[in-house]
Design a protein around this ligand. Structure first.
Ligand code: 6R9
Length: 653
């Protein structure tokens, strides 16, 4: 008897058809799937025509040396010109590119014409600091306009940027600066976090003390807090402000390195994911147009991610700007000065398209639906999710409480490595299923395969793979081609292995089931963490859940769950009765095989700085081990809170 690769336990039958008005005027229709399938390269070639090229390509794809792809071979373009100047030249200089909102309530509005001047000045400043085409620039900035401006200035002169999330430690920053051999670091004195000033410059000072390649540190004044001054330091307002607002953008090769972005990776040395220019910009522009149904004349788009993550690179900076969109950028945290801050921002700017992460949605569920209910969210017409599997209940809560039951939800699956969205509903075409990312987008060939690399039938589970190269794919791991091949292209012959588990339902639609490293082997069944978590979140008193497998003498591994109750769940959520109720609820929803051995009610869960649950640490707790590497954890006190919960953990049966 062959063992199934990944069990399919969760049944979910709710369906949401696209709103008729949206379907009637949607940017992309059903027929695009067929067109792209019939001629995939021709399809991507047409999408590349959304951009302005200085020199046309002579070949769409060179895949003669897999897995090293070249897209739009021979073509030349300037990414910053495509994101900024060409819109000004088209007469759209007065259109707002960014409505920026600081955490303390200060604001800045940047039109495309403003952005053009700011980017030109910053490009001239980098040139004055000696940065040349091909050099690397590290950027360690908070969510202020100088962040996208710096990225675009690099792109403009052909320098490769490496943005490091401004919450990482000096050591994390140092290794990233050193790996990329960055010549310049751009930072700020500090940032606004939860109503306080959090220093950034001392972290950079620490990091560059032992990175000999760094020649200059360019410092933006944001908080006004005092900073140490070193000879290599230069203030943004001294250097950039006096530059000319004119700079001619030279075209660069389609395969010119645009940026390196280090994946946090739960173990091992961070991987510098390398993205290049023409293919990357083509796919992020197309997917932003298709998945968000962007109408740049009327939409106001807000992606709440930090630009320090790939979501911010692709869907705050490059995709939206290439499309001439108007976006919102918010500097701070969602609960400053109150838990309705995000909804206030949506109301203020009349946001129409909103893109956030399941971790945020589950936090809002915990805080309570009365908070968004106090705000007018009627401007919204589409809402999206990215970063983790969205539990069906969180999807429905999001659809109803934020989207008023009107807005389609697009659950978009992709990775730092894929550069752009790969699997997602099309809002004017797809009947949405809560919890499903649905189908590979037109032009993307993805599948779910078993451990032999064979496509699983509908109803089966396995590994998510991509079977054909795509334009915004990573080109390599910076400085480590071998690791690139080994990590992504060795598990299955000729396929990109994403590291995620997935299943196909009876219609062939894709459901993401979490990282394969997290899959639990219980009595011979491979059970996904996602399905058990979703079953827990479908209980009306649960806002968020994380499960992990712990060694068990009888079943091999046993399921251990950590749950956060909803705000309105009442006082009885810490007792044995509640835990018993949840265990039964899971058994009823998924079957007895998935019944957790233990459930712990906790106030918080350990998460990466981009909001993904770190199940590895929970496994350490569940197996009574000392914690492994916690450097990517947002808040290490969370683990203390969880550990103190242990004695009260319930273990029956
Ligand atoms: C964009 C981003 C990538 C990993 C990916 C997967 C998880 C992202 C998801 C999702 C289920 C979705 N992931 N989107 N899982 N459904 N819609 O998050 O990039 O930070 O590199 O993370 O995130 O596990 O492999 P990155």
């Amino acid at each position: 008897m062959s063992q199934e690769t990944l069990s399919n336990l969760l049944q979910e039958n709710r369906r949401f058809a696209p709103p008729p008005e949206l379907a009637a005027s949607a940017n992309v229709t059903a027929q695009t799937y067929e067109e792209a399938a019939a001629d995939r390269l021709g399809f991507w070639e047409r999408q590349a025509e959304r951009l302005t090229w200085a020199k046309p390509w002579n070949e769409v794809l060179d895949w003669s040396n897999p897995p090293f792809a070249k897209w739009f071979v021979g073509g030349e373009l300037n990414v910053a010109y495509n994101c900024v100047d060409r819109h000004v030249e088209a007469g759209l200089g007065d259109r707002v590119a960014y409505h920026w909102e600081g955490e303390p309530g200060d604001t800045r509005t940047l039109t495309y014409a403003d952005l053009q001047r700011e980017v030109a000045k910053a490009a001239n400043a980098l040139l004055e600091l000696g940065v040349r085409k091909g050099d690397r620039v590290a950027i360690y900035l908070p969510m202020i306009p100088e962040l996208p401006i710096s990225m675009l200035a690099c792109a403009r002169i052909g320098a490769t940027h490496s943005v490091v999330f401004a919450g990482f430690s000096a050591e994390a920053l140092r290794t990233r600066i050193a790996d990329a051999q960055a010549k310049v670091v751009i930072t700020a004195d500090g940032q606004n976090r939860r109503g306080k000033h959090a220093a950034l410059k001392p972290t950079v000072d620490d990091a560059v003390a032992s990175t000999p390649d760094v020649e200059h540190v360019l410092v933006v004044r944001r908080t006004g807090q005092e900073v140490a001054h070193h000879e290599r330091d230069v203030w943004w307002h001294d250097l950039v402000e006096r530059q000319s607002t004119e700079h001619t953008a030279e075209p660069h090769d389609a395969e010119h390195p645009l940026y390196i972005l280090y994946t946090s990776g739960t173990t091992g040395k961070p991987k510098g994911i390398l993205h290049t220019s023409g293919g990357y910009l083509t796919q992020v522009a197309y997917t932003h147009h298709a998945v968000f149904d962007l109408k740049p004349e009327t939409d106001v788009y807000w992606c709440s991610a930090d630009i320090g993550w790939v979501t911010g690179h692709s869907y705050i900076v490059y995709g939206p700007l290439a499309n001439g969109a108007t976006s919102v950028i918010y500097e701070g945290t969602p609960d400053t000065p109150h838990q309705g801050r995000w909804w206030e921002i949506i109301e203020k700017y009349k946001v129409t398209l909103f893109y956030t992460a399941p971790t945020a949605i589950r936090t809002f569920m915990k805080w309570g639906e009365e908070i968004p209910a106090r705000h007018d969210l009627s401007s919204l017409r589409l809402i999206g999710s990215v970063g983790e599997p969205i539990n069906p209940e969180a999807y429905v809560w999001y659809r109803e409480r934020i989207g008023a039951g009107r807005c389609p939800v697009v659950d978009t699956w992709w990775q730092t490595e894929t550069g752009g969205i790969m699997v997602s509903p099309l809002p004017g075409v797809t009947e949405g299923k809560p919890g499903a990312a649905m189908r590979p987008l037109p032009g993307i060939v993805a599948d779910v395969v078993d451990d032999q690399g064979q496509s699983v039938p509908n109803g089966g589970g396995g590994f998510l793979v991509v079977k054909e190269p795509w334009p915004s794919m990573l080109r390599t791991i910076w400085g480590d081609d071998e690791r690139y091949v080994k990590t992504y292209w060795s598990r299955f012959e000729g396929m990109y292995f994403a590291g995620d588990g997935a299943k196909k339902d009876d219609d062939g639609d894709f459901w993401l089931l979490g990282r394969v490293d997290d899959v639990m082997l219980v009595s011979g069944h491979n059970i996904s963490t996602t399905e058990v978590e979703s079953a827990l979140v479908s209980h009306p008193k649960v806002a968020e859940a994380a499960v992990t497998g712990a060694t068990d003498p009888v079943t091999g591994q046993a399921i251990v769950a950590f749950v956060i109750p909803r705000g309105n769940a009442g006082a009885d959520v810490d007792g044995e009765e509640f835990v018993a109720e949840l265990r039964d609820h899971v058994a009823k929803t998924l079957g007895p095989i998935a019944k957790p051995r233990q459930i712990m009610v906790v106030p918080e869960l350990p998460k990466t700085r981009s909001g993904k649950i770190m199940r590895r640490l929970l496994r350490d707790v569940a197996e009574n081990r000392s914690l492994g590497d916690v450097t990517t954890l947002t808040d290490s006190s969370v683990m203390d809170l969880i550990s103190t919960k242990l004695p009260s953990a319930k273990s029956e049966d």
